[in-house]
Design a protein around this ligand. Structure first.
Ligand code: NAP
Length: 252
């Protein structure tokens, strides 16, 4: 068994993916900016008798991404899977009140980071004769919502890229999938609002999805037989029917 690269593995969905793939014998290649978190995760998961390589990487920085890919030790090859998970939202203001630095942060990490690492990993997978790229999209890429403007646009971009990449790679035996969750309780809202109290309210009086629910499905997508390509999975909490309609707020 080869390795799985997980970007943004220091928390939430990325961390849960590291745990499930490690438990099932995959070696891990992890990145994120919070290296102390990666250290902690790596030391815990090494008990699963797998190898873990991790590197502090800012997925919004081109040079960092190049260095990350170049530094992957050769004994971590083959690279079976790339999980493009690192991403974030910042703010929830109408566009005219938006903060341009926030926009750049989202666009750079959520779109350009995915493009750059994918460009660098495809030649490795082509050489191997197989591989699987799994992108974290979002329900926000299917439906926009007020104040979601730039974040929604970045996830709509992931939806388009996933489809286009399938076409680009059709003769390569490299699979491309995306998973598009609704509300998942992670650090996502804390990062969006830079306010833990406000973030907590997002998940109050409703049962959201948890990072492990998403990691379970990603693991399922990755472990289908080679001739099966799951294109996209939309996954919602039972109590959420669309971005704005959920059991707590509907008809109030
Ligand atoms: P999270 O708990 O905040 O985790 C985000 C991860 O991405 C962290 O490990 C963070 O690591 C990393 N990251 C963010 N910016 C980065 C950068 N510039 N460079 C490197 N790593 C970066 O949130 P999450 O919910 O697990 O989010 C994971 C993915 O799922 C994102 O793409 C998000 O858009 C998507 N998603 C989330 C939800 C939801 O409701 N939570 C729904 C749909 C889709 P560092 O901060 O340590 O760098």
């Amino acid at each position: 068994m080869g390795s799985v690269i997980i970007t943004g593995a220091s928390s939430g969905i990325g961390k849960a993916c590291a745990e499930i793939f490690a438990k099932n014998g995959y070696n891990l290649v992890l990145n994120a900016r919070r290296i102390d978190r990666l250290e902690e995760i790596a030391s815990k998961l090494k008990n699963e008798k797998i190898k873990v390589f991790y590197k502090k990487t800012d997925m919004s920085n081109k040079e960092d991404i190049f260095e990350f890919v170049e530094s992957i030790p050769k004994d971590f090859y083959p690279i079976d899977i790339l999980i493009n998970n690192a991403g974030l939202s910042r703010g929830l203001e109408p566009l005219d009140q938006g903060n341009i630095d926030n926009w750049n942060e989202m666009i750079d990490a959520n779109i350009k980071g995915v493009l750059i690492i994918t460009k660098l990993i495809i030649p490795i997978m082509k050489k191997q004769g197989y591989g699987h790229i799994i992108n974290l999209g979002s329900i926000a890429g299917h439906e926009s919502y007020p104040g979601g403007n730039v974040y929604c646009a970045t996830k709509a971009a992931i939806k388009s890229l996933t489809k286009s990449l399938r076409m680009d790679l059709i003769r390569t035996n490299i699979r491309v999938s995306s998973i598009d969750p609704g509300m998942v309780e992670t650090e996502f809202s804390e990062v969006r609002f830079r306010d833990a109290q406000r973030a907590k309210k997002v998940y109050e009086n409703i049962k959201p999805l948890y990072a492990e629910d998403i990691a379970d499905v990603i693991y399922f997508i990755a472990t289908r037989p080679q001739h099966v390509n799951i294109e996209d999975v939309i996954i919602m909490p039972t109590q959420q029917a669309s971005v704005l309609i959920n059991d707590r707020d509907y008809n109030k």
